[in-house]
Design a protein around this ligand. Structure first.
Ligand SMILES: *[C@@H]1O[C@H](CO)[C@@H](O)[C@H](O)[C@H]1NC(C)=O
Ligand SMILES: *[C@@H]1O[C@H](CO)[C@@H](O)[C@H](O)[C@H]1NC(C)=O
Ligand SMILES: *[C@@H]1O[C@H](CO)[C@@H](O)[C@H](O)[C@H]1NC(C)=O
Ligand SMILES: [Zn+2]
Length: 483
């Protein structure tokens, strides 16, 4: 039904449509994406997430890649998610504008954009909460809370499984299990909303490396953790193991923005009625640790980091949650370089492929010790390899010992220096030796699916990782029915 309508509308689109800065409604949003796809068919794909919103609006994504629809080894995947709070709308329009810009610059053979698209797979979800957008818009868009939640009045940025609680508990117990924690969830605090469920399936099925979620109401790039360790409601810095790396990527956005990082700009709420919100983030470089601002549970940002290999930050794009239409283009100009600079951050650190004589090794574990300072410091957050044995480990400049582990194989270690100002991650591949008994039998038959090396004509099939199967099982088993 829906697919039919979509194709039908697409038929009337002109291939030369010019992007207009305005508030695009839920019918216009997919048309903009489809127009971009018509202009740039070779480097884009439009798709919808597995489930629509409560009011049955599909959650559309546009993807940019020179192999749309397919993951490729060595090519990191990035996403931007807009409008998770329905009444915070700037991200939604910026992502539509970004889609048009990437396509137009590619057609003009802008060398930076071409290099970016040839080396990165970029997914843009302009609106995660179209129903909230509709409610907010129906009431003039200026209410501070109306339309924040979805049509069940649920705040989607509080609806994700609380993995922070699990990682903090493991820390207290001294258990060194620090990634892919969704399987450790025993109980959901609240039923998952359809929008949350759709996004969880998405982020578990694509091997994202880097991500940002877009909000409004302040001007700051916020990084993990969002949840405090003690339960303090505010002002308690809650560092993740990747605190330095998160600061670097958040600062990349803030510094490239027109004035997010400016010490001279006024804070958003300093003259407002609520002095408790009187932060001036410009004075701290335009970035903040989440819980150091205020603590929240069930956010999407920390879920990404603790459930997958993706590093996500939260962008508060301006004091106004719902800017006026005639302010949108100027906001685009203020954010454009930041949006691009952040995408390039998918290329910092190291990446590589883990294999053995028989093929790629999926679900190998990459752990890192920071050798830069006087004493070696383990970074207690491992990343894992995907279906092509590929991994991506964002790191700040420094010297690191990197270990690849896989059941049934001897671990391998290498030392690497990560340079300043990378536009491409350093490549560090690992070839592992299987552990054999004296009679030559394999020590252990790994329970992972393996894929053979394919040279030349790579199968045009996106093989989903184990994690998606785990997610599906979990979502089905642990969902409590909605009352
Ligand atoms: C898409 O690729 C085809 C085949 O390489 C080429 O002929 C065509 O010009 C490309 N279209 C655009 C819009 O780049
Ligand atoms: C849910 O959607 C209906 C129909 O559009 C609308 O009347 C109602 O106000 C919405 N409720 C919320 C909480 O958004
Ligand atoms: C490693 O340590 C150095 C020196 O303390 C620091 O500058 C760098 O950011 C650290 N790297 C990571 C990824 O934390
Ligand atoms: Zn928000």
């Amino acid at each position: 039904m829906f697919v039919y309508r979509f194709v039908y509308l697409a038929f009337f689109l002109s291939a030369s449509a010019k992007f207009i800065w305005k508030h695009h409604n839920n019918e216009e949003l997919p048309l903009v994406l489809e127009e971009v796809h018509q202009k740039c068919p070779n480097i884009t794909r439009v798709y919808a997430l597995s489930e629509p919103s409560v009011r049955n609006v599909p959650l559309y994504v546009i993807e940019f890649s020179d192999t749309p629809g397919f993951h490729q080894p060595y090519k990191p995947e990035v996403k931007y998610v807009g409008n998770i709070h329905g009444n915070e709308v700037l991200g939604r329009e910026l992502l539509l504008g970004l889609a048009d810009y990437l396509c137009e610059q590619y057609l003009k053979t802008d060398p930076n954009i071409m290099t970016l698209i040839h080396n990165t797979r970029i997914h843009l979800l302009p609106s995660m909460n179209p129903d909230g957008w509709q409610l907010s818009t129906n009431f003039g868009g200026q209410d501070y809370l109306l339309g924040r939640g979805n049509n069940h009045s649920v705040d989607l940025n509080r609806n994700f499984p609380d993995l922070d609680a699990i990682t903090f508990e493991f820390e207290r117990l001294g258990i060194n299990h620090n990634n892919h924690l969704l399987k450790d969830v025993t109980r959901l605090a609240a039923p998952l909303e359809p929008e949350t469920r759709a996004v969880i399936r998405w982020i578990m099925s694509i091997p994202f490396v880097l991500s940002a979620a877009m909000h409004g109401g302040d001007l700051v790039a916020n990084y993990p953790y969002d949840e405090s360790r003690s339960g303090a409601l505010a002002s308690e810095y809650s560092a993740s193991p990747d605190d330095d790396t998160f600061k670097e990527i958040a600062m990349a956005y803030a510094n490239a923005h027109a004035d997010m990082a400016s010490v001279n700009r006024p804070g958003c709420h300093v003259n407002g009625p609520d002095q408790s919100e009187a932060y001036n983030f410009g004075k701290q470089g335009g970035v903040t640790n989440g819980a150091d601002w205020y603590s929240l549970k069930g956010g999407m940002q920390d879920f990404n980091y603790l459930a997958t290999n993706a590093f996500e930050i939260t962008l508060e794009l301006g004091c106004k949650k719902y800017p006026l239409e005639n302010e949108l283009e100027n906001e685009w100009n203020r954010n454009r370089e930041a949006l691009l600079a952040y995408l390039w951050k998918a290329h910092i650190g190291i990446k590589g492929i883990v294999s053995d004589d028989t093929g790629f090794l999926e679900n190998a574990i990459i752990s890192v010790v920071n050798l830069t300072g006087h004493t070696p410091k383990p970074i207690r957050h491992d990343v894992t390899t995907g279906v092509y044995g590929d991994y991506y480990r964002l790191l700040t400049p420094g010297r690191y010992e990197v270990t690849a582990n896989h059941p049934g194989h001897y671990p391998a270690q290498r030392i690497v220096t990560v340079p300043q100002r990378q536009s491409s991650a350093r490549i560090l591949n690992f070839k592992l030796e299987p552990i054999r008994y004296e009679d030559g039998a394999l020590f252990f038959d790994p329970p992972f699916i393996r894929y053979q090396h394919v040279l030349g004509d790579q199968p045009r099939i996106y093989k989903r990782s184990l994690f998606e199967k785990v997610t599906n099982t979990l979502l089905e088993a642990k969902d409590t029915p909605k009352q």
